[in-house]
Design a binder for this molecule. Structure first.
Ligand SMILES: [Zn+2]
Length: 258
């Protein structure tokens, strides 16, 4: 069976002498594992398309549940992103997160759209990278069933004067109402407003809010710590991004102390 679809490469691995095994997210067939034959030889549509973070029209053939890429026409390569190691490493982290959140064969059009918008933001928009990263992390969690409760303090029901996020419970609390043990992240009113915006805005406007200084630092820390706490794992691509972007959050020495 031959099918024509579109897809974004979330992961590429070398296979045999000249082949690659790709993990591709498509709008209609979900996440697929695809063999790209001879894709490591120079030239041709297949070798251009068989690269991490490239969006292409793909011609796929399926035989006994195995997919092979038989033709491809590249449509978005995100060239500015590729020329900047810090942006490329952040894009790779976004791809790994998406790969982890979507099971094989499952369709995830909202996550695909979020990822394409985030790559576009890294490629074309002049937004702070920490803002794009925090917005992507939080929005991905919301779309995957990990939305934090941010309406009011989960204990007293009021708008907190000193807001904190309980990272394991995913609840907003006043610092004075916090009694449950476990890690919390301090926020301020601007960082909390940004979190509310990220979790509820129209998808096209996800990266169009403004935040800087201490408020952006708190948002960035809250989004990353909440993600790592909820997913209970680390990410190789995040470690790499940290190693080249430097300590973005140098507060109290350690970046991700739990
Ligand atoms: Zn309270």
């Amino acid at each position: 069976m031959t099918t024509v679809t579109h897809g974004l490469v979330l992961r590429e691995a070398k296979y045999r002498e000249a082949d690659k095994i790709l993990t591709v997210l498509t709008p209609d067939l979900g996440k697929l594992t695809v063999t790209a034959r001879a894709s490591r030889r120079k030239g041709g549509g297949i070798s251009a398309a068989a690269q991490l973070l490239v969006w292409s029209e793909l011609t796929l053939s399926e035989y006994r549940g195995r997919w092979t890429l038989t033709d491809a026409a590249t449509e978005l390569e995100f060239r500015s992103l590729r020329r900047d190691l810090e942006r490329l490493s952040l894009g790779s982290y976004f791809a790994e997160l998406t790969d982890v959140m979507v099971p094989e064969g499952q369709s995830a059009p909202e996550l695909l759209s979020l990822l394409l918008n985030a790559l576009y933001a890294l490629d074309r928009l002049d937004r702070p990278l920490t803002l794009v990263k925090a917005a992507f992390e939080l929005r991905l969690l919301c779309l995957s069933g990990y939305a934090p409760g941010l309406d009011a303090c989960a204990v007293c029901g009021r708008e907190p004067e000193e807001p904190v996020l309980h990272l394991r419970e995913g609840q907003l609390l006043c610092r004075s109402c916090q009694s449950a043990p476990g890690p919390v992240q301090s926020l301020n009113s601007a960082a909390l407003a940004a979190m509310r915006y990220i979790t509820s805005c129209e998808s096209k406007k996800l990266f169009s809010f403004r935040l800087d200084g201490e408020s952006l630092r708190l948002l960035s820390r809250a989004a990353e710590r909440y993600l790592l706490t909820q997913l209970e794992r680390g990410f190789r691509t995040l470690d790499f991004y940290d190693s080249i972007s430097g300590p973005v959050l140098p507060e109290n020495g350690k970046k991700r102390g739990f």
